[in-house]
Design a protein around this ligand. Structure first.
Ligand SMILES: Cc1cc2nc3c(=O)[nH]c(=O)nc-3n(C[C@H](O)[C@H](O)[C@H](O)COP(=O)(O)O)c2cc1C
Length: 184
């Protein structure tokens, strides 16, 4: 399946999709991942509150702590993923003020992170299928930090290494037409 575009957009936006086949032979180090966090950190946020936080899990011990928190459906395809980024939301600022837009702001930062990854030849795949409580336990997170997504990061691998049911899904999926999402 290929995606159709009515208008021309940035190459990175066109190339981004969420694969499941990652290359286990190309491990990532912090220096590969920190530029992605840099991109995330440059995202806008309401009142510049910057409510997003990140755990970089590229070494085997941290990677395992994230893997153990994933739901089974995601563990099935993430065995070979070299690194994870856990995205956390800081629900209140240092003065205890809540914002309605913390999750909006945090999602925006993932958008930029995923595009910087593409620019560097990497892929990302966000996941909601994990236990936030297990992440909190495994990383002894401070109160007020809520895990909102886990992101698989790495270079593209070989889809034949995936369980069969995922091999068929290993292609960019479709989108609604602009006429379906622009509300008149
Ligand atoms: C917040 C969020 C949660 C997601 N959770 C999962 C998940 O638990 N497992 C999974 O395989 N994909 C997950 N996805 C990936 C989506 O299914 C995928 O982004 C969507 O189908 C669009 O495909 P694309 O990213 O290839 O364009 C998630 C994506 C987002 C943004």
């Amino acid at each position: 399946m290929s995606r159709n575009y009515q208008y021309e957009v940035m190459e990175e936006i066109k190339k981004r999709w969420s694969p499941r086949a990652f290359d286990p032979n190309k491990p990532l180090v912090d220096e590969d991942i920190y530029p992605l966090i840099e991109a995330a950190n440059l995202a806008p946020s309401a009142f510049n509150s910057q409510p997003r936080r990140f755990i970089v899990a590229a070494d085997p011990e941290k990677r395992q702590k994230v893997f153990d928190a994933l739901f089974e459906g995601n563990q099935l395809w993430t065995k070979l993923v070299p690194a994870f980024i856990v995205i956390l939301v800081k629900a209140e600022d240092d003065e205890g003020r809540k914002s309605r837009w913390t999750e909006f702001d945090t999602g925006t930062s993932f958008g930029l992170l995923s595009l910087e990854a593409v620019r560097r030849g990497l892929h990302t795949h966000a996941m909601a299928g994990f236990s936030p409580d297990k992440i909190k336990q495994n990383f002894e997170l401070a109160d007020g930090l809520e895990p909102i997504a886990v992101v698989a990061v790495g270079y593209y691998g070989d889809k034949r290494d995936l369980p069969e049911k995922y091999q068929a899904m290993e292609q960019p999926n479709s989108r609604l037409a602009l006429s379906d999402i622009i509300v008149e």
